[in-house]
Ligand binder design. Structure first.
Ligand SMILES: Cc1ncc(COP(=O)(O)O)c(C=O)c1O
Length: 229
């Protein structure tokens, strides 16, 4: 899987919740001890205390866990937490960041059809969550995440491929904006810049469009007056 991810120019972020062992995580990360996913803060703490970094706690976080999350975040370089609704997000944004130099690093969970958790990819309000994170001074948007757990019930390859396709489609839903967020966040890097770059491009195109309409109007008036007089 490491090689496959490398070929696709992606980072692999394996889950360690099943084995919960340093040896297993060491093998999964090809000895780098970077980029793992956990399902509890106890796991996060254990791996953080044992040399692992860039850890994602892949369960939408509740406000009672923010204190422990901040402790872990201060132990390592990168600790990502996850949200899938605006109430959780508001609780995070109302909480001071882990330290004066470390903001909350937030990943947004997108529901790709499993319906256990995640924002609705068809709901334009899901974008508000990302926009609110980007606008906050104590948090940074670190990407989006899907989990196609319903694939566990598949009994053949076609069913698995269908779920994989749905998962992919869920992150490229009706928004150019969201699609670009996803495309860059395979690597969880430089997303903000790309989002802003794409947003700037949209604004530029919109302004050009308005100027063209205005010029067309002026031209029409000139032609009208020249014909009249
Ligand atoms: C949020 C989340 N991500 C990833 C996984 C593991 O996914 P996989 O079975 O593809 O390793 C799970 C498993 O339940 C999960 O809950």
């Amino acid at each position: 899987m490491t090689n496959k991810a490398k070929t696709l120019n992606c980072d692999l972020r394996p889950h360690v919740k099943t084995h919960k062992t340093l040896q297993g995580a060491y093998l999964q990360t090809n000895g780098t001890c970077r980029k793992i996913t956990v399902s509890t803060l106890a796991e996060a703490s254990y791996f953080a205390n044992n040399g692992f970094d860039d850890i994602l706690y892949a369960v939408p976080i509740t406000s009672d866990k923010l204190h422990d999350a901040a402790v872990i975040a201060n132990k390592i370089q990168t600790f990502h937490i996850m949200v899938d609704n605006i109430i959780q997000l508001n609780a995070i944004l109302a909480t001071p960041p882990p330290s004066s130099t470390k903001l909350w690093s937030i990943i947004v969970m997108v529901d790709c059809g499993y319906h256990r958790d995640g924002v609705d990819p068809e709901d334009i309000n899901s974008l508000n969550i990302i926009q609110n994170i980007n606008a906050a001074s104590n948090a940074t948007f670190a990407g989006i995440y899907t989990h196609g757990g319903h694939s566990y019930d598949c009994s053949n390859k076609q069913e698995i491929q269908k779920i994989a396709k749905d998962e992919r489609d869920s992150v490229s839903f009706n928004s150019f904006f969201f699609y670009n967020v996803f495309a860059v966040n395979h690597t969880f890097q430089n997303y903000t810049q790309t989002v802003y770059t794409n947003f700037s491009k949209l604004i530029f195109i919109y302004i050009c469009f308005c100027v063209a309409i205005f010029l067309k109007f002026v031209l029409k008036q000139v032609v009208h007056f020249s014909q009249k007089y």
